[in-house]
Every structure is written in C-alpha cells, then in structure tokens.
Design a protein around this ligand. Sequence first.
Ligand SMILES: [Zn+2]
Length: 122
Amino acid sequence: MEPADSIRRLGFSRWYERRLIEAHAWLISGIFCITAIAACMEELAFRGSILRLLAYVIVVMASGAIGIYGLSRYQQLLSEAEQLGEQATCRACGAYARFRLISGSHVRCRKCSNEWCLIGTI
Ligand SMILES: [Zn+2]
C-alpha cells in the first residue's frame, strides 16, 4: 500500500519527483561511502597503533554496509519509479500523470475517465 498512499497524498508528479530525489540521495551516499573506503584503505598501514587500525577497519566495514544498502536502495527506488512512470500515461487520451486513485491499485484519468491498473503490474 505504500506507493498508493503516497501517490494519493502527494499526487503522482510529486511522488515521482520525491522518489527520484530520494533515490539520488542514496546514490550520493553510496558514492561517499566508496570514497571513505578508498581513503581509509589508502591510510591503512599496519605500523600504527592497534586502535587506529581497528578504527579504520570499523569505518571501512560500516561504509561498505551503508554503501551496499544505499546503492541497492537507489536501484530499487529508481526501478519502482520507472515502472510506475511507464504506467502513468492514459492509453485512451495520452495524458501523463493526470489521474486520480480510485482504489489501492486502480486509477481514473481526470481528462477522459478511462480506468486502468497502475500499481498491480509491478
Ligand atoms: Zn485519459
């Protein structure tokens, strides 16, 4: 029900825009994590104290976990937005994103009253 509730509350265009913004924020987070890993690996030397080595290992592992999650979330959000974006055009009149949700998955065109399934096709 998550996309339906958000689309009903915000409208499709705003929902789509926010999904893209959120997806790209995750992409940027992933890139920051990759940069942090590279910087820590460059600084990683086995001659310093054990605490310093342990701190770098923790930062690398945390950045790796956050980076993997962020990049997978980016891909997930982007593919969901693209799939719903492809279904957002009315097949009868060609209007894009001009519909109203009439149930959890079906929408009705505001221009010609054509109905179709928006969310169930994912
Ligand atoms: Zn229409």
